[in-house]
Design a protein around this ligand. Structure first.
Ligand code: IMP
Ligand code: MG
Length: 175
């Protein structure tokens, strides 16, 4: 089966929205240093575009998680496969996600981060698909785009590890 990618959110729209979010975070955290934590690999492009636009001091770290389930159905069992390099205690942490779907990954990570005593903790995501949420307790602080239930790629997001490098967000169409 081959697939085609249809542009859903253009590069210009994505970058304008990231700029708005960066401005908001820079003023919200004026006088502080924010510690960005990216969830690999999907958040990498969003995190770097956001970080470049922040006018406050920034530090960065990364974590990698896997979620188990059969096929495309997540069972909500999440495991950390690469932990942070640095402790987050006392830091103003912003967790950076590519997309919040079922919410299982974040539901787990919120618990993990709480036990590590950051000074503050916030969640920032490029995309949110609220119609797919199975963990309503997961509250996202900043969302660039709320989208319908489409499988999207680009700007860090993959289909079968492909298309992460697209500079726009596209919908996968199978032919
Ligand atoms: P959740 O635990 O179901 O919220 O899973 C979120 C993760 O699933 C994201 O970080 C992505 O890696 C992946 N994911 C969910 N929806 C999409 C999509 O439309 N395209 C690509 N990856 C997706
Ligand atoms: Mg992810």
């Amino acid at each position: 089966m081959s697939e085609k990618i249809r542009v859903y959110i253009t590069q210009e729209e994505v970058e304008n929205r990231i700029q708005q979010m960066a401005d908001r975070i820079s003023s919200e955290f004026a006088g502080k240093t924010v510690h960005l934590v990216g969830i690999l690999k999907g958040s990498v492009m969003f995190m770097s575009e956001l970080a470049k636009r922040l006018t406050i001091p920034v530090t960065m770290d990364f974590m990698s998680c896997s979620s188990y389930g059969s096929g495309t159905v997540s069972k909500g069992i999440v495991k950390i496969t690469k932990d942070l390099d640095e402790p987050i205690e006392g830091k103003d942490v912003i967790l950076i996600e590519d997309i919040v779907d079922s919410g299982n990954t974040l539901a787990y990570l919120i618990q993990v981060f709480k036990t590590r005593k950051p000074a503050s903790f916030m969640i920032c995501t490029l995309l949110d698909k609220p119609s797919r949420r199975v963990r309503p307790e997961v509250k996202v602080d900043h969302t660039c785009f709320t989208i319908e239930d489409h499988f999207v790629v680009g700007y860090g997001l993959d289909y079968d590890q492909k298309y992460r490098n697209l500079p726009y967000i596209g919908i996968v169409e199978f032919e």
